[in-house]
Design a protein around this ligand. Structure first.
Ligand code: SAH
Length: 476
């Protein structure tokens, strides 16, 4: 079944024919007159208002039965009689003459449909179900009517009046778009909602003359969460919708990038992307160049930007260079992996605290504080750990952590292909190797990791549960 093709037709000064002179014809006539059509009505008799419109010269009345020749010269025709045969004759004649004919309430025989409409001044939303579910279209219309503020019409008219001036002031699309967003989300629309047209125009003029924040762009540091688009925040979604440029990490999922504004420029700056290596300095330069060009930059990071994401460094840099910024937190891998694996990070009996740590330490940085990591009854959430698991096991046991401490290794947490491998600390690297665990993976180590076996709900069940110490597997 092919879909209908929506168009908004300009009927100003064009001939349109209505067949029928009753109540339905009257309704159609009024909207067509409003659209500026030159209206001719063929009907033996007219109801009172149509009679008046005809007497005042708004419509031409042909007091006759329908004949195909009345379609000649018309661009559109509406058959609004209660005689099915007449309606069909109009449709048939329209086919032959290539005149678009609508039969009121007969979608199947109509060459065009008249949609349900929501109107706010020149702004129109047309809704059609293609004749399949008119009730649904009507229902949707009612919902939109309540949701879309009446001031949108005034806003459209105001923009229309200032159109040339706005274009001259902001010749480039990116800045123009920002100007409009400010007007729509800021004062201008707010004044119109209060019906203060004068203040609205004043606010618009002020926005047009303002230089400072239109001169330079901004950077939003946005956390994209662990991969499942459902875990994005509304703020993140809005930033993605408004972005001119998106500088994203390799870990950010395709589904999330697909939610961003379509014409936003997307640049992958993953430090391990492909064969080239994008340095942190290069990322800084990219942010700066785009922001200085007046763009709205989204620096999109996996998880949360402030958890092993070098977000702090990036903000320091932006601050030094006087670029406006904001930060949208995201769901960090530790939180997501714990939730999606059924591993509570804290637990009244089994885990009093949780530590977020990275297994990946640079030579020039201080080593992990093994003494602090070893005690029982705390959960360790270890990022970037796949390669160093042997050392982690050895050091933790050496410093006194129980070799039987359960772990859950979560690979691709929250993605459709998520895998959870469970076991005990003493066998951690061997188990990871046996299952070929690859990055991105997060290690959850601690008494509650055993609960994955009972509480898991997402994807396939944990692998290796049989080797867990049984009392813990049952604790809950
Ligand atoms: N800022 C990010 C972390 C970046 S460091 C955050 O807050 O989540 C990258 C590490 O995060 C990976 O090596 C891995 O350990 C972890 N990680 C990120 N996404 C993950 C996912 N979907 N599943 C498992 N681990 C993930």
């Amino acid at each position: 079944m092919s879909a209908l093709f929506p168009i908004f037709a300009d009927l100003k000064g064009r001939d349109v024919l209505i067949v029928g002179g009753g109540e339905v014809a009257r309704r159609k006539a009024l909207t067509l007159i409003e659209a500026g059509a030159r209206l001719r009505i063929v009907a033996p008799a007219l109801e009172p208002e149509l009679t008046r419109l005809s007497a005042e010269g708004h419509v031409e009345h042909v007091a006759d039965k329908f004949e195909p020749r009345w379609l000649d010269g018309a661009w559109l025709a509406i058959a609004a009689t209660d005689d099915e045969a007449v309606n069909r004759a109009v449709a048939d004649a329209g086919e032959v003459r290539r005149v678009w004919v609508n039969i009121v309430d007969d979608a199947r025989r109509s060459a065009f449909h008249v949609p349900a409409r929501v109107e706010r001044g020149p702004l129109q939303i047309a809704i059609s179900s293609g004749g399949h579910a008119p009730m649904l279209a009507r229902h949707l219309r009612e919902q939109l009517e309540t949701q879309i503020d009446a001031s949108w019409g005034a806003l459209a008219l105001l923009f229309s009046r200032f159109r040339q001036r706005i274009r001259r002031r902001f010749p480039y699309l990116a800045r123009r778009r920002r100007f409009f967003t400010r007007a729509i989300e800021g004062d201008v629309a707010a004044h119109l909602r209060r019906h203060d047209d004068v203040a609205a125009e004043r606010a618009l003029r002020r926005l047009l003359s303002k230089d400072e924040d239109s001169a330079s762009g901004s950077v939003s540091l946005v956390g994209a969460g662990p991969g499942d688009p459902g875990l994005l925040t509304l703020h993140a979604l809005r930033r993605l919708n408004e972005a001119d440029v998106i500088l994203h990490d390799r870990l950010v999922s395709k589904q999330i990038l697909a939610l961003a504004r379509r014409d936003a420029e997307r640049v992958e700056v993953g430090k391990e992307s492909g064969h080239h290596h994008v340095t942190q300095e290069q990322i800084h330069t990219l942010m700066l160049d785009h922001a200085r060009a007046g763009k709205r930059v989204v620096r999109l990071k996996g998880g949360d930007p402030f958890v092993f994401g070098r977000g702090g460094e990036e903000l320091e840099f932006l601050r030094e260079h006087d670029i406006a910024y904001d930060v949208v937190p995201g769901i960090s891998a530790a939180l997501a992996c714990a939730a999606y694996a059924g591993v509570p990070l804290t637990h009244r009996e089994h885990a009093q605290s949780v530590q977020l740590i990275t297994a990946h330490v640079k030579d020039d940085e201080s080593p992990p504080d093994w003494i602090a990591l070893a005690p029982a009854r705390q959960t360790l959430a270890v990022y970037m750990g796949v390669a160093n698991l042997g050392e982690w096991r050895d050091r933790l046991i050496e410093h006194g952590r129980d070799p039987a401490t359960p772990f859950a290794l979560v690979e691709n947490g929250s993605h459709p292909g998520q895998r959870v491998i469970v076991g005990r600390l003493v066998e951690l690297p061997e188990r990871a190797r046996a299952h070929g665990v690859r990055s991105p993976a997060l290690l959850l180590l601690g008494e509650t990791a055993a609960m994955a076996e009972r509480l898991h709900w997402f994807g396939s069940p944990p692998l290796g549960a049989e080797s867990l110490p049984s009392p813990l597997a049952e604790a809950a």
